[in-house]
Design a protein around this ligand. Structure first.
Ligand code: ATR
Length: 256
């Protein structure tokens, strides 16, 4: 097993997967493959008889036309981060959206009928929006570039507004949960809270999918007001556990 991307050598995924193989005593290894060409990599993966591999930036879209089959989630999200080999066929999956939603449901509870603000309209936001809609949430897409918010909202039949103080009332309507999916809060933007203009009351649940830093400016503002918060670590682990299950057929050994 392994992960393809470019760059990819910094990824934490091998630590997760190899740690699981070791704990279970499996004769398996998970290796980062830095490549320019996912099609050539697929030939190598077949030669090595790989059970599957993870896919990261910039290949989450490029890998899709190379697959023999796709899950419904990959079709809807338009991104594939997991490839498995079933009866010699390459199947594209997405474990980012399950990784995102599971920790939120575990901590917050059911999202059915909840009003959720989603900040961002990029690839990460799309996987999160797919998951939130599947769980029955009412979602408001909020993005700096309003046209991108509109494109995403139309695809998923939700509302949208621009990321600005003028839209405070609308965002307040959708503030049971506020999800932050942009790179604002991560180096070199670690001193910025994209929702700085929003007066938190302490009742909002804040979820930032960033995991370094563990507490972004956005989450810190929530902590200061007494909001419950969640960062991106459980999401990173969950998406890895889901891939582990797909690659090995076994549950990740979470407990020692
Ligand atoms: P990813 O796949 O990680 O989601 P992406 O597709 O490049 O990355 O999307 C980046 C997101 O971060 C976008 O929603 C982007 O907003 P724009 O559509 O307006 O570009 C958002 N973003 C990046 N820098 C930002 C900033 N300084 N302020 C607000 N939003 C920002």
């Amino acid at each position: 097993m392994g992960i393809i991307g470019n760059p990819v050598m910094h990824t934490k995924s091998p630590v997760i997967h190899n740690g699981g193989y070791k704990k279970l005593g499996l004769d398996a290894v998970y290796v980062p493959f830095e490549t320019d060409d996912p099609a050539t990599f697929l030939e190598l993966a077949a030669l090595l008889d790989m059970k599957g591999f993870s896919v990261t930036v910039p290949f989450k879209n490029d890998i899709i036309p190379l697959m023999d089959g796709l899950t419904e989630s990959v079709r809807s999200i338009g991104a594939c981060n997991t490839v498995t080999r079933i009866d010699g066929k390459w199947i594209g999956e997405n474990s980012d959206y399950t990784g995102f939603i599971k920790p939120l449901i575990n901590d917050f509870g059911s999202l059915e009928g909840k009003n959720v603000t989603l900040i961002g309209a990029g690839g990460a936001a799309k996987a999160c929006l797919y998951a939130l809609k599947e769980e029955g949430a009412n979602v408001l897409v909020v993005n700096r570039t309003v046209e991108k918010a509109k494109d995403l909202a139309i695809q998923f039949d939700t509302e949208y507004v621009g990321l600005s103080k003028e839209n405070l009332n609308k965002i307040t309507e959708y503030s049971d949960v506020i999800v932050q999916t942009t790179n604002v809060g991560m180096h070199p933007l670690e001193d910025i809270n994209p929702l700085e203009f929003f007066p938190l009351t302490g009742k909002e649940y804040l979820y930032d999918i960033i995991y370094t830093p563990e507490v972004t400016c956005f989450l810190k503002a929530g902590v200061d007001k007494g909001c419950k918060t969640l960062n991106g670590w459980p999401m990173l682990l969950e998406q890895g556990y889901r891939q582990f299950k797909l690659f090995t057929g076994m549950d990740f050994p979470v407990e020692d």
